[in-house]
Design a protein around this ligand. Structure first.
Ligand code: NAD
Length: 253
C-alpha cells in the first residue's frame, strides 16, 4: 500500500513495486479517469492486481477503511508506504491555522493511523516493511515551512519508536528523506515562494531549491522508488529506525 500514489514519488514507488511483482493499493486524489487509467495500466503492464482507494488521509475514519481494503482484497498488508504529503509556504505569523492543522494531519498523523491499523496484520504474518517518505526537512529547516518541517521531524520520531516496538517481529520501519525531487508538489510551491520572497521562478529554482542541494540536480522519483524497493529486500532486514537521506548532499552541510 502506497499512500499518495496518484502522483509523483508515490506513483513511482507503486509502479516499481508492481514491476517487482507486488499487488498494490493506490491512494490519493486526482481526476477519476486518470486514476483508473493509471490503475488498469499497472495491472496490464506488470501483471499484478491493483486497487484504488480515494480515502482522505486527513480523516482518521477513512484510514481504517484503507487498510481494510488491502486486507480484504489481498489477505494482508505486507508493505506500507506512508507517502501522502502536502506543503504550504508562509511566514509563521500569517500561516493559516487550518493549513497548519491539515499538514500535521496528513504529513504526520496519517502515518500513525495507518501504522496502528496495519501493525496487527504484519505481526500476525511475522513480516512487514514500513517506509515513511520524510524529507530533508526532517533533518533541517527552511524558513516559511513551519508546519511541513514540524510534521516531517515528527515522522522521524514516530519511525524510531515504531522500529523499536516492532524490531523482534520481522518488521522494519524507516524513513526515506529526499531533497528536492521534481514533482507537482515542488512545482506548485514555486508561486508561493516567489510571493513570500519576491523572486522570479528561475530565482526560486536556482537560489532557493537547488541552492540547498550541492549536486545542483533534482533527485528523481525513480531514485527514491529504487531505495524504497531495496528497503523491502532481505538485504535490508537490519536497517530499521533509520532516516536515510537522498538529497544530493544537502544535509551534509
Ligand atoms: P505530489 O503532490 O506529486 O503527490 C502527493 C500525493 O499525495 C498525491 O497522490 C496526492 O493526491 C496525495 N494526497 C494529497 N492530499 C491527500 C489526502 N488528504 N489524502 C490522501 N492523499 C493525499 O507530491 P510528491 O512530491 O510526490 O510528495 C510525496 C511525498 O514526498 C510527500 O510526503 C512529500 O512531503 C515528500 N517529499 C517530496 C519532496 C519533493 O521534492 N517533491 C521532497 C521531500 C519529500
Amino acid at each position: 500500500m502506497v499512500t499518495g500514489s496518484t502522483s509523483g514519488i508515490g506513483l513511482a514507488i507503486a509502479k516499481s513495486f508492481a514491476k517487482d511483482g507486488a499487488n498494490v493499493v493506490l491512494n490519493g486524489f486526482g481526476n477519476p479517469e486518470d486514476i483508473e487509467r493509471t490503475r488498469s495500466g499497472i495491472e496490464s503492464e506488470f501483471g499484478v492486481k491493483a486497487v484504488y482507494s480515494p480515502a482522505d488521509l486527513t480523516k482518521p475514519d477513512e484510514i481504517g477503511g484503507l487498510i481494510a481494503l488491502s486486507v480484504e482484497t489481498f489477505g494482508s498488508i505486507d508493505i506500507l508506504v506512508n507517502n501522502a504529503g502536502i506543503q504550504y509556504v508562509s511566514p509563521i505569523e500569517d500561516f493559516p491555522v487550518e493549513k497548519w492543522d491539515q499538514i500535521i494531519a496528513l504529513n504526520l498523523c496519517s502515518a500513525f493511523h495507518t501504522l496502528r491499523a496495519a501493525v496487527p496484520h504484519m505481526k500476525a504474518n511475522g513480516w512487514g516493511r514500513v517506509i515513511n517518505t520524510a524529507s530533508a526537512h526532517s533533518m533541517v529547516a527552511s524558513p516559511y515551512k513551519s508546519a511541513y518541517v514540524a510534521a516531517k521531524h515528527g515522522v522521524v520520531g514516530l519511525t524510531k519508536t515504531a522500529a523499536l516496538e516492532l524490531a523482534t517481529h520481522g518488521i522494519t520501519v524507516n524513513c526515506i528523506s529526499p531533497g528536492y525531487v521534481w514533482t507537482p508538489l515542488v512545482e506548485s510551491q514555486i508561486p508561493d515562494t516567489m510571493k513570500a520572497r519576491g523572486l522570479t521562478k528561475e530565482q526560486v529554482i536556482e537560489e532557493v531549491l537547488l541552492k540547498a542541494q550541492p549536486t545542483k540536480e533534482f533527485v528523481t522519483i525513480d531514485q527514491v522508488a529504487a531505495l524504497a524497493l531495496f528497503l523491502c529486500t532481505d538485504s535490508a532486514s537490519q536497517i530499521t529506525g533509520a532516516n536515510i537521506a537522498m538529497d544530493g548532499g544537502w544535509t551534509a552541510q
